[in-house]
Design a protein around this ligand. Sequence first.
Ligand code: SAM
Length: 187
Amino acid sequence: MAYEERGQDGGSWFQAEPAFSLEFFNSVSAEADASIIDVGGGASLLVDRLVEQGRRNVAVLDVSNKALGLAAKRLGTNPAVTWLHQNLTTWSPERTFDVWHDRAVFHFLVEPNQRETYLNLVRSCLSPGGALVMAAFDIDGPHHCSGLPISRYRPDELAELLPNWPSYSAPTSQCNRLAERSRCSPR
Ligand SMILES: C[S@@+](CC[C@H](N)C(=O)[O-])C[C@H]1O[C@@H](n2cnc3c(N)ncnc32)[C@H](O)[C@@H]1O
């Protein structure tokens, strides 16, 4: 896995500051107690920044214990953060979240049934009116991520994944050739 080989900042997706994600978070959810999950958060600095902002309810889920360990080592013991060592494709959440953040995980799901499983998970565990923030490699981005094949998306294709959900009027931009989109679940 990439974290064993290259550490926390060696991947093609690495960003020193998760500025775009933070912009989205601050647009969609101002409350410090809002429950946030960063799926496939890996060793990303997003959780650090959210905690620095005063967020008190952040979960980071990843299939890689190595990645979670790198992030947890930076943060130390912090009651604001829950570490979930889980595989998204088999995880059964026991709670809901107000904000679901996925930067460069959904694109690993190359089979239609995997994508449907993921979208059902989002539908079931996002609170009414909750926000979904997704980023996947854009169509001019790499064909592989961490050595694995991926599906690439234009921003409008990401938006079409949940066609009945109202679109959040946040800016669309790209970072590290990642198409980024945010959606809100129906209230
Ligand atoms: C490309 S990295 C992105 C990490 C982080 N989101 C960021 O933006 O820096 C993808 C992450 O997804 C995790 N991952 C891949 N497949 C997963 C799965 N099925 N369940 C949970 N995590 C997964 C990997 O371990 C890795 O940490």
